[in-house]
Write a protein that binds this ligand. Structure first.
Ligand SMILES: NC(=O)c1ccc[n+]([C@@H]2O[C@H](COP(=O)([O-])OP(=O)(O)OC[C@H]3O[C@@H](n4cnc5c(N)ncnc54)[C@H](O)[C@@H]3O)[C@@H](O)[C@H]2O)c1
Length: 407
């Protein structure tokens, strides 16, 4: 297959894994606004924790060049892949897509013949709207399904490749087919399921897939809330429920709620897209996550003796790690932060053990104590979203709902 020149814009989880996947057989410019990220990648260092990305960058490739010079990269590119943030704007109750829009405008100004592939998650209807606004139909939407920490792995072994485009434009179909082949030829898993559909359908796939995952997390969390309140053994119930192959024994470990960068914002965006469409479930998923954090905060206070101590000022809640997952280095919007906000309202003292942060620094206004013995000694209760054998010696103080030792 012909070697293409591709610019990937935004070198975070999505962009970096895309850039590496595509650079196996193409020339790739990885564009970012952060000089430090660009320098790290050009020196073979991964800015994010991910075994496959780290291994690939160590081997080095002359076909992957990180740069902040976006115009030069766009001018040469056949394809420009956009993987910049689309954060949820809680005032507008909608994604903030302004960075994607700016990048699209810049690409069209530098190189109107380039095909643009949006990998950022966007609201349903966004791509179609963008094509009419810019009088440019060469925009494809391709949802991304990777997990943080396994970003490159998930693109080497993709569950599916989806390309959404305006099917009435023959050149765009050809461009979409070529791009699907570029993704698929970079994958190790073969064959890969490739689906072509309309842009709005492809955008909906991404939001519904993440909302289903959030629903599943919320379901097992709510099962756990019930069992804990009624004094039942959650583990026995989940095992019994999940042996039904239609349900499956995976993605069912109770937690403090779904969190991370994507599930909280994608569920809210899907609810915003429903607008005048009847629904109960989508809103319930979002509400259930909030109720779960209320419940967890309450259980922590109970274990700490908050409701029985006359002097609650002596209570110290120790937060053991901030990330959602066992080996993650990333705690963007992790559920424990929602629990901490609830504890904050009760004025209990909070301390944090998080080796990824500097000892003595502050997070959400709370002191980080990375001396394990000092941390455990000072804590009345130790709160861990995911269990850790390191806590075995202080297990009487630990509050966790991790029942299966997996994410
Ligand atoms: N993280 C995930 O697991 C995941 C999975 C699927 C989809 N997504 C979606 O993909 C998009 C990117 O997510 P991410 O997790 O990779 O984000 P990220 O925050 O890890 O990375 C985004 C990168 O974009 C860069 N950037 C910001 N503005 C820029 C600009 N104007 N020009 C060039 N670079 C710019 C940032 O510096 C950063 O390096 C989001 O829309 C997200 O919802 C994320």
């Amino acid at each position: 297959m012909k070697k293409h020149t591709i610019a990937v814009v935004g070198i975070g989880y999505v962009g970096l894994s895309m850039a590496i996947l595509l650079a196996q057989k193409n020339k790739v410019y990885a564009v970012d606004v952060i000089q430090e990220r660009v320098d790290q990648i050009n020196s073979g260092i991964s800015p994010i924790r991910d075994d496959e990305i780290e291994a690939y960058l160590k081997t080095g490739s002359s076909d992957l060049i990180a740069t902040t010079d976006s115009s030069a990269a766009y001018a040469e590119a056949d394809y420009v892949v956009i993987a910049v943030p689309t954060n949820y704007d809680s005032v507008k109750n909608y994604f903030d897509t302004s960075i994607v829009e700016t990048v699209v405008a810049d690409v069209i100004a530098s190189n109107p013949r380039a095909t643009i592939v949006i990998k950022s998650t966007v609201p349903v209807g966004f791509t179609k709207n963008l094509c009419s606004r810019f009088y440019n139909p060469r925009i494809i939407f391709s949802p991304e399904f990777l997990r943080e920490g396994r970003a490159l792995y998930d693109n080497l072994y993709p569950t599916r490749i989806i390309l959404g485009f305006d099917g009435e434009i023959p050149e765009l179909r050809e461009a979409a087919e070529i791009f699907a082949n570029l993704l698929s030829e970079g994958a190790i898993k073969q064959p890969v399921d490739v689906l072509f559909m309309g842009t709005a359908e492809a955008e909906a796939v991404k939001l519904f897939a993440n909302t289903y995952l959030a629903l599943r997390v919320s379901f097992f969390n709510e099962l756990d809330t019930y069992a804990e309140m009624r004094g039942l053994d959650t583990q026995q119930i989940i095992q019994g429920v999940c042996l039904d192959p239609r349900i499956g024994n995976y993605y069912n470990n109770p937690s403090f709620g779904y969190g991370g960068y994507c599930l909280p914002k994608d569920t809210k965006q899907l609810l915003a897209n429903y607008r005048d469409v009847p629904e109960n479930l989508i809103r319930a998923v979002i509400d259930a996550n909030s109720t779960r954090k209320d419940f967890i905060a309450n259980q922590i206070l109970q274990k700490a003796g908050y409701y029985t101590h006359c002097n609650s000022e002596n209570i110290v809640v120790g937060i053991y790690k901030l990330a959602m997952k066992t080996d993650s280095d990333n705690f963007r919007h992790s559920s424990i932060q929602g629990v901490m906000r609830r504890l904050q309202q009760k004025n209990v003292k909070i301390i944090i053990y998080e080796p990824k942060l500097e000892c003595g620094s502050c997070f959400m206004g709370y002191e980080v104590i990375n001396d394990f013995d000092v941390f455990t000694e000072q804590s009345t209760v130790i709160v861990a979203n995911r269990a850790d054998s390191k806590l075995d010696t202080v297990s009487a103080k630990v509050y966790t709902r991790d029942l299966f030792g997996r994410d």
